[in-house]
Design a protein around this ligand. Structure first.
Ligand code: MV4
Length: 582
């Protein structure tokens, strides 16, 4: 039986795993980068080992450093969380070779599902229908045309070693086939190091429904219900719920049984998710995620199971704690991902220090976070601050409970997705369960949030601190937020601030004299123009990477590039001059 587990991850998922370890009497071991020496997951752990390095590649993706920490800590199990090494078959083998238990699926299953073509074959072996498509790599663009003429346009070209929407190209007619294929293969090579691509009929307005399964080493595979993850933006999920609105019991059972067959088709063991596209009452296998997912919490709420505890039981060789007949799904659960991003500015990453944070509580509320008040959200890692999860007996009560919990959540110092969630949860389409994967981007106007987000830290107030003061107007109490100079602000407030200096806003990037400055701290990954180039207003000048997202920095107005002050690979902070245009 496992007695000491090293969690090869950071942030909320590391803490999530450690919480279950503590309940089970298992010692938890954290690992940390130089920037995370005093991070929340390190503070929570029973023991912690330094990996060194700042970037993910130097730290949480440094195999030698992690293996050294496994040995030094004498951990007998390793949990990868999600991201990083979670779906890396070679890493799983390296852990097992050390005699340490890998708390995840067999490496062979990771490999089958990592190749989307072999995943489609595995689903077929289980008798499960995939989205209509091909089972061999595309040879040339004539394959694309032939397929489009057979199943009807549009078609999707997808990277065989991709997933999650990266490297996917939609082609609308024969004329677009060649360019679409070239672009998909180029992207696949750049992202995944392999250019193979295959074809699927493109469903124009599907819902993303996924099924949670757990499987043990005794041949038991159990499905735990579905999650609707259709509310997403640029393939980043924002809201997830279980059950899915309007999914009838017969469809749910059919999807669950199909998911079990897919899992059996690849010899799956441990917790996994089968993604399906659902359109007009039909569902199709899309891909399988061979890890515990961010949104597992909504399944935990409706089933009363602890999925991390199940993973540990499975890794110990024990049978699942439930049979299919014993799985009970009750009520409704919704999760909102609270990211350090500014929804009013196109979800621009917003790293910085959390000056103040008050977190929701009360009936049916769960807050799984990777940060506490005073912690800094670094540009080097992903931008999930925490997950707000609620449970209630039915969907509409859960929705109202989430709105109540969101109101209780305050995070100062960085922008977050909270205002976007308030807009989504209160939206009549969401309330009616009428949303699909295109709904958020096509029907919800986030620019209306401008004023709210600007209120967090308006442009040009770097030397001021926000203060909330109660005032009474005709006997009614109001709270006003005002920006005052440091000294006055502190003097008039009873609440000491951990970081008295709010970070600058991440909006202004250019000014009338033609200097373009960094909207946020980050790394210059690509220069798109050179000195002497003529540029148009709005043209992308360079790519700035922050929190694993690439952001284009654009020209405010047309002109000639006079000077480029930065080079590729350079790290910049908010406000640094990048480019001068005359
Ligand atoms: C599709 C699709 C329509 N037809 N495949 C994007 C993420 C990746 N998991 C698969 N994705 C899609 N694949 C076919 N044949 C539409 C999407 C898609 C999507 C899927 C799930 C959640 C959000 C999405 C947003 C846009 C497109």
């Amino acid at each position: 039986m496992l007695s000491k587990i090293l969690i090869a991850n950071r942030g909320e998922i590391a803490i999530r795993v450690m919480r279950t370890c503590r309940e089970l009497g298992i010692t938890s071991v954290a690992v940390y980068s130089e920037l995370d020496r005093d991070a929340a997951h390190v503070r929570y752990a029973d023991e912690a080992y330094a990996l060194g390095g700042k970037t993910a590649a130097e730290s949480y993706l440094n195999t030698d450093a992690i293996l050294a920490a496994v040995k030094a800590s004498r951990a007998d199990g390793l949990h990868p969380g999600y991201g990083f090494y979670a779906e890396n078959a070679d890493f799983a083998r390296a852990i097992s070779d050390l005699g340490v238990t890998w708390i995840g699926p067999p490496p062979e299953a990771i490999e089958i599902m990592g190749d989307k073509i072999s995943a489609r074959r595995a689903a077929g072996r289980g008798g499960v229908v995939s989205v209509p498509g091909t089972l061999d790599p595309i040879e040339n663009f004539n394959d694309v045309i032939a397929f489009g003429e057979k199943v009807g346009w549009p078609v999707a070209i997808k990277a065989a070693y991709g997933g999650g929407g990266k490297g996917m190209k939609v082609v609308h007619d024969a004329a677009g086939a060649q360019a679409g294929l070239e672009s998909a293969e180029r992207e696949a090579q750049a992202y995944f190091g392999r250019s193979e691509a295959y074809l699927e009929k493109y469903l124009t307005n599907p819902r993303h429904i996924e099924i949670q399964i757990i499987a043990d080493n005794h041949g038991n595979v159990v499905w735990l219900g579905e999650r609707d993850c259709s509310v997403q933006r640029r393939h980043q999920k924002l809201v997830e719920e279980s059950p899915g609105a309007g999914i009838d019991e017969a469809t749910r059972t059919a999807m669950g049984e199909a998911a079990v067959q897919v899992a059996r088709g690849c010899g799956y063991v441990n917790a996994g998710t089968i993604e399906m596209l659902y359109e007009n009452g039909e569902f199709y296998f899309l891909e399988m995620n061979t890890r515990l997912q961010v949104e597992h919490c909504v399944t935990e709420y409706v089933t009363s199971l602890d999925l991390v505890a199940e993973q540990i039981r499975i890794a110990n060789g024990e049978p699942l704690s439930v049979t299919q007949e014993l799985v009970v799904r009750r009520g409704h659960s919704i999760e909102c991902r609270i990211n350090a991003e500014n929804p009013a500015k196109g979800f621009l990453p917003s790293p910085g220090t959390i000056n103040r944070m008050t977190v929701p509580a009360g009936p049916g509320v769960r807050w799984d976070a990777g940060y506490e008040e005073g912690d800094a959200v670094s540009q080097y890692y992903d931008n999930l601050v925490g997950k707000l999860v609620v449970w209630a007996p039915d969907r509409d009560s859960a929705r109202h409970r989430m709105l109540r919990a969101l109101k209780e959540l305050t995070i100062d110092g960085i922008h977050t997705t909270k205002p976007a969630h308030e807009l989504i949860l209160a939206h009549p389409d969401f309330a009616a369960g009428k949303h699909s994967t295109r709904w958020l981007e096509e029907h919800v106007d986030m620019s209306a949030l401008e004023s709210i987000s600007n209120a967090v830290a308006p442009v040009g107030t770097e030397d001021l601190a926000p203060q909330v003061l109660p005032v009474e107007v005709d006997g009614r109490r109001f709270e006003v937020k005002i920006w005052m100079p440091e000294v006055v602000a502190n003097g008039s407030s009873g609440t000491p601030k951990k970081n008295p200096r709010p970070r600058a806003a991440t909006s202004a990037v250019g000014n009338s004299n033609g200097t373009i400055s960094a909207p946020m701290q980050g790394t210059i990954v690509r220069l798109l123009v050179k000195a002497g180039d003529k540029v148009d207003s709005g043209q992308a000048l360079l790519v700035l990477e922050a929190m694993k997202m690439e952001n284009h920095v654009n020209a405010e107005h047309g002109g000639t590039v006079k000077e480029i002050r930065v080079s590729e690979g350079e790290t910049v902070t908010a406000g640094d001059t990048l480019v001068v245009i005359e």
